[in-house]
Design a protein around this ligand. Structure first.
Ligand code: ADP
Ligand code: MG
Length: 238
């Protein structure tokens, strides 16, 4: 029956994810083990070079597990009304030096005052870090990243992040958001998947449009709660 199918599909998705996580973490762990072995039998500068590889492999495990931790189910009490402009301001400051290295200017534009958003600030922050980093990494020869915020009918907040990067061909676009799917040498392929999960946990939507050679736009919508709903929420959380 339909229901059964849905369940087994879900199970296999979890199974697939666990398998790929195990694989991604086992690789650097195996490397670490090997280098530990080598280190026992060596000394001096060669030892230092082994240490360097080992610490970069450990960093990789840290990066992967750090991103995956964000997939933990958000709890109702973690949601608070937050100033999203401030969150984005925070992120652009954080990524300032990286933007400079890529010769990119990050611009933030919004049409009017943006009401507070009911969200988990740290998670949304991570989404914007992921998306803006991707934008920077796609812009080989610099340019502008434009972050635009708009309120629609007092109901929904729209945020778009547009870059002037390489753009994404159709066959790559199709795979974006799959765990560990990356086209980068040092990518984790977890940024888009975790971002999507976070936005969905906020009852929002995320989509991506791209033109090869021109750039990519990631669009996010987030619900804005009314005053009444805010009071209700506050009451049910006490
Ligand atoms: P990672 O950045 O570690 O590769 P992500 O999940 O963040 O993993 O992104 C997956 C892939 O999607 C990237 O490797 C890249 O090919 C593509 N991608 C995502 N955002 C952009 C963008 N703004 N411009 C071009 N390609 C992008
Ligand atoms: Mg990324």
């Amino acid at each position: 029956t339909e229901q059964k199918l849905l369940k087994s599909e879900k199970l296999s998705a979890v199974g697939q994810l666990s398998a790929s996580i195990a694989h991604e973490i086992r690789n650097p762990l195996t490397a670490l083990k090997g280098f530990l072995q080598l280190m026992k039998a060596s000394e001096g500068s060669i030892k230092d070079s082994y240490l360097e590889v080992m610490s970069s492999e450990m960093e990789r495990i840290e990066l992967i597990t750090g991103e995956l931790l964000l997939l933990a189910k958000p709890q109702a009490h973690q949601f608070k009304l937050e100033n999203i402009e401030e969150i984005i301001q925070n992120v652009t400051t954080l990524l300032g030096s990286q933007a400079l290295i890529h010769n990119v200017e990050i611009k933030v534009v919004n049409d009017k005052e943006i009401p507070p958003v009911h969200c988990i600030a740290n998670q949304l922050k991570q989404v914007f870090i992921n998306l803006i980093k991707n934008a920077l990494e796609s812009m080989q020869s610099g340019g502008e990243v434009l972050i635009n915020m708009k309120v629609n009918d007092e109901q929904t907040l729209f945020i778009s992040i547009a870059d002037e990067g390489d753009g994404i061909p159709e066959e790559i676009l199709r795979n974006i958001g799959l765990p560990f799917y990356t086209t980068k040498q040092k990518g984790t392929g977890l940024g888009m998947m975790t971002s999507l999960k976070i936005i969905e946990a906020h009852n929002g939507t995320m989509d991506i449009t791209s033109t090869v050679g021109k750039g990519t736009v990631v669009s996010i919508s987030l619900p804005l709660v009314s005053c009444e709903q805010v009071i209700e929420l506050a009451e049910c959380m006490n």
